[in-house]
Design a protein around this ligand. Structure first.
Ligand SMILES: Nc1nc2c(ncn2[C@@H]2O[C@H](COP(=O)(O)OP(=O)(O)OP(=O)(O)O)[C@@H](O)[C@H]2O)c(=O)[nH]1
Ligand SMILES: [Mg+2]
Length: 614
C-alpha cells in the first residue's frame, strides 16, 4: 500500500484522560500488591487491558454507492477500502491502527481468527466475497477484512468500519447492520447530494438512533451536485420532523483527497472534512476514550474504598485499644453477613436466577409468536398466487422479514436483561450497603463516610449497565455473531443472518413441478417456509438461551467477586484489629503513623481517580 502523507492528527495517546487513568491504575495495582490484595489487583488488570485497547467502533453505513468507502479512505488518508463504480463492498472492513500498514482476514469461527494477508488480497476479498468464500488456508468463511494503518487518528483505539450497502431497510443486510450498530460506539450514516433522504433511509436512521447513542449523517459528493445545499436543508428538515437529533455534515471525499495530495488548505475547507474530522476525533474517539478512562478510574476509586475501609477499621482499634475487641466483634458479625451475600441464597442471586428463568421463557415466547405471524403471512402470499411464479419474491421477503423479527427479539432480550441487571445491582447494593455502613463507623472523617457510601452506590449503578453490555457483547454467538466478534477480536462483525431458504426447497425447484397440481406446489412452498422457520427458531432459541446463561454467569461472577472482596477487606481488618490489641504502646503509635500515611496515600489516589475525565 502506498503511504500517503498523514492526513489527520488525533489527540496524543500519551496524554489526556486515558493516560491519566492508566497512571492511577498503575499506582492502584502497586498498592494492591503492597497490601496483599491480588483479588483487587485482578479487577484492575481488566481495566488496564481495556485502556490499552479501547476498541471504539464507528460504523459507516448507508445505501449502495453513496460513497461510504470513499469517505472512509478520505478520512484516514489512505486507499483502505476499494472504491468502484461496478463492484460493491461485500464484507465489512475494519480500519484500525497498526504500527505498519497491513491486512488481515477475519475468519468466522468460535473463536474467530485473524489471518495475515497482503493488501491486494484484502482488496479482492472485500469486493468479491460471496457467502461461499473460504479462507485460502482452510475451511472458515470470511467474516470481514481488517486493514491496519499507522495513523494518529486511529492510534487511540478508533476502529472505522466500512460496511456493505444496505439495500433498503427491509434487507437482511440492513438487519445485520442494525445489529452491529447496537454494539457500536457511534454511527456515521452516509447519503449523497443526488436526492433527499428516502423513506427507507429515514426509517433506518430512526432505528439506528434507538440502538446507538451517537449518530451523524454525512451528505457526500457535494463537488458533483451543485444543489447540495437544498438537499442538506431538506434532509435537516426531514430529520427534525422525525424528532431525531442528527446533524447533517456536507462533505466531498474527492476534494478532501485532492486537498491532502496537494496540501491545499482552501480545498480542504471546501471539502467539509474539518467538521467530519472533528466529529470523528472529538465526539467519537475522544468521548469513547474518556468513557473508557472514567470506567477504569471508577475501578480505582472502588478499590481505594475497600483498602481505606480496611485501614480505617484498624485505625479505630489502634486509637482506642479499649474498644478494639468491640471492633473485632462488630466486624465478625458483619463478616457473617458478607458470607451470606456470597451464598446462592442471597437475595440478589435469587433475583438473578429467577429473572433469567422468566426472561428465557418470555424471549422464547416472543420469538414463537413472531415466527407464527411470519408463517401466517407467508401462507397468505403462497395461497394468493402460484408459488412457481412468486417464489423468487417470497424468498427474499421471508429472509428479511425473519431477520427483522430476530433483531426485534434480540432488542427485547437486550433491554429486559439490562432491567434485570439493574434490579440485581439494587439488591446487591442494599445488602452490601449494610456491610459498608459498619465500615463507615470506623472512618476517621465521619462526614466523608456517608459520602463514601453514596459514591459506592453511584459507581455500582454505573457498572450495572456495563455488566450487561459486557455479557451481551461477549455472548451472542450463534447466527447473530456480530456481537461475538467485538469482544473476541475487538471488531464488530456483520455476518448476515442467513440460513438460505432456497436450500430447504429440496432438489426439484418449483418450476420443475409445473406439471403437477397447483395445490401440490403450494404445499411444497408452505413446507419450505415451515422448515426454514423451524430451523431459525431452533438456532435462535439455543442462541438466546446460551446468551442468557452467559449474562447470568457474568453478573453472578461480578457480584460474587465484589462480595469476595468485601469479605477479604473485612478479614484483613479483623486481623489488623486483633493485632492492634496485642501491640505495645510504642508499636501502636508507630503503626498508627503508618496507617495514617497509607490512608493519606489512598485519599490522594482516590482524588486523582475522581479527577480523571472531568
Ligand atoms: N464526485 C464525487 N464522487 C464520489 C464521492 N464519493 C464517492 N464518489 C463516487 O461514488 C461512487 C461510489 O463510491 P463508493 O465509495 O464505492 O461508494 P460505497 O457507498 O462504498 O458503495 P458500495 O460499497 O458499493 O455500497 C464511486 O464512483 C466514487 O468515485 C465524492 O465525494 N465526489
Ligand atoms: Mg463501499
Amino acid at each position: 500500500m502506498t503511504q500517503p502523507q498523514q492526513a489527520t492528527t488525533g489527540p496524543d495517546a500519551t496524554s489526556g484522560p486515558v493516560a491519566a487513568a492508566s497512571a492511577v491504575v498503575e499506582l492502584a495495582l502497586t498498592a494492591c500488591q503492597a497490601y496483599g490484595r491480588p483479588d483487587l489487583g485482578s479487577r484492575l488488570s481488566v481495566a488496564r487491558r481495556r485502556l490499552a485497547e479501547p476498541g471504539i467502533h464507528l460504523v459507516v453505513a448507508g445505501e449502495f454507492k453513496k460513497g461510504k468507502s470513499s469517505l472512509v479512505n478520505a478520512l484516514v488518508g489512505a486507499p483502505a477500502c476499494p472504491v468502484d463504480d461496478d463492484i460493491a463492498t461485500a464484507v465489512p472492513t475494519y480500519v484500525r491502527y497498526g504500527t505498519q500498514a497491513g491486512a488481515n482476514l477475519v475468519l468466522d469461527g468460535e473463536p474467530p481468527r485473524r489471518e495475515p494477508i497482503s493488501v491486494s488480497e484484502a482488496r479482492k476479498h472485500v469486493v468479491e466475497q460471496r457467502a461461499a468464500d473460504r479462507s485460502p488456508s482452510g475451511g472458515a468463511a470470511v467474516a470481514g477484512v481488517e486493514i491496519l494503518l499507522p495513523r494518529t487518528m486511529l492510534a487511540g483505539g478508533l476502529v472505522v468500519v466500512d460496511t456493505p450497502g444496505l439495500g433498503g431497510l427491509a434487507s437482511a443486510h440492513a438487519a445485520a447492520t442494525l445489529a452491529a450498530i447496537s454494539m457500536a460506539d457511534a454511527v456515521l450514516f452516509v447519503t449523497d447530494a443526488s436526492q433527499e433522504l428516502t423513506r427507507s433511509e429515514l426509517d433506518f436512521l430512526t432505528r439506528a438512533r434507538e440502538l446507538c447513542p451517537i449518530v451523524t449523517c454525512a451528505l457526500t459528493k457535494t463537488d458533483f451536485y451543485p444543489s447540495w445545499r437544498t438537499i442538506r436543508d431538506l434532509d435537516t428538515d426531514h430529520l427534525r420532523r422525525l424528532g431525531v437529533e442528527i446533524s447533517v455534515l456536507p462533505v466531498s471525499s474527492t476534494l478532501r483527497s485532492r486537498a491532502v495530495q496537494h496540501n491545499d488548505k482552501d480545498l480542504n475547507a471546501e471539502s467539509g472534512f474539518k467538521d467530519l474530522v472533528r466529529f470523528v476525533t472529538d465526539t467519537v474517539a475522544g468521548r469513547g476514550r474518556t468513557q473508557v478512562a472514567v470506567e477504569a478510574a471508577n475501578e480505582v476509586r472502588a478499590v481505594c474504598q475497600q483498602l481505606t475501609d480496611q485501614f480505617a477499621a484498624e485505625r479505630s482499634a489502634l486509637v482506642d485499644p479499649a474498644r478494639a475487641q468491640q471492633v473485632v466483634d462488630d466486624l465478625t458479625a458483619t463478616k457473617r453477613r458478607t458470607d451470606e451475600l456470597k451464598s446462592a441464597a442471597a437475595r440478589w442471586n435469587q433475583t438473578l436466577a429467577d429473572g433469567i428463568g422468566d426472561l428465557s421463557a418470555d424471549i422464547e415466547h416472543d420469538l414463537r409468536a413472531r415466527i407464527r405471524q411470519v408463517i401466517t403471512e407467508a401462507d397468505e402470499l403462497i395461497e394468493a398466487a402460484d408459488p412457481a411464479d412468486t417464489w423468487s419474491e417470497i424468498e427474499p421477503w421471508l429472509e428479511s422479514r425473519v431477520s427483522h423479527d430476530l433483531i426485534a427479539n434480540y432488542t427485547v432480550l437486550r433491554d429486559r436483561s439490562a432491567d434485570l441487571s439493574h434490579l440485581v445491582a439494587e439488591h446487591f447494593r442494599a445488602a452490601s450497603g449494610e456491610v459498608l455502613g459498619t465500615f463507615a463507623v470506623y472512618n476517621p472523617v465521619s462526614l466523608l463516610a456517608r459520602s463514601r457510601v453514596e459514591t459506592t452506590i453511584s459507581l455500582e449503578k454505573m457498572t450495572a449497565r456495563k455488566q450487561t453490555m459486557v455479557a451481551l457483547k461477549g455472548s451472542y454467538s450463534g447466527i447473530l455473531m456480530f456481537t461475538m466478534l467485538p469482544s473476541l477480536l475487538g471488531v464488530t462483525g456483520l455476518a448476515p443472518i442467513a440460513i438460505p431458504v432456497g436450500l430447504l426447497m429440496g432438489r426439484n425447484s418449483l418450476r420443475e413441478e409445473k406439471r403437477r397440481q397447483l395445490t401440490a406446489r403450494q404445499a411444497q412452498a408452505k413446507n419450505a417456509v415451515r422448515r426454514y422457520c423451524d430451523e431459525i427458531q431452533f438456532v435462535m432459541g439455543k442462541d438466546s438461551r446460551d446468551t442468557l446463561r452467559r449474562i447470568q454467569r457474568q453478573l453472578r461472577d461480578h457480584y460474587a467477586a465484589r462480595a469476595e472482596e468485601l469479605g477479604a477487606s473485612l478479614g484483613q481488618a479483623m486481623q489488623s484489629a486483633s493485632e492492634a490489641v496485642k501491640r505495645t504502646n510504642a508499636e501502636r503509635d508507630k503503626r498508627l503513623r503508618d496507617v495514617d500515611a497509607e490512608l493519606a496515600r489512598l485519599r490522594r489516589l482516590a482524588q486523582a481517580a475522581a479527577e480523571v475525565g472531568g
